[in-house]
Write a new protein. Sequence first.
Length: 107
Amino acid sequence: MTTISTDNKYLTLINVFTVDPEHQQKLVELLIQATQGTVQHITGFVSSSLHRSLDGTKVTMYAQWRSLEDYQNMRNNSSASPFLQQALEFAKFDPGMYEVVETFMPA
């Protein structure tokens, strides 16, 4: 389960893909296949959440990794890389690495 906290010190990735609306569902399915089939089984994976925009032009994945090293090991894993290559055939990829600074709850 995804837990957003300043205490855990996980590497957070917020990856935004931009697609034509007719390709949004194809990208969602590809990212689900990549995560369920490969990524979630790699050491250091903590969680991920997949989001799609209501206008059909974006797909965003919020992912947590135990460390940058674990994430890099996944990126170098030959079973994970073909999925990103497939996605880049029809989507623009804007990756970002973050750390949680603060979280807020209702007052």
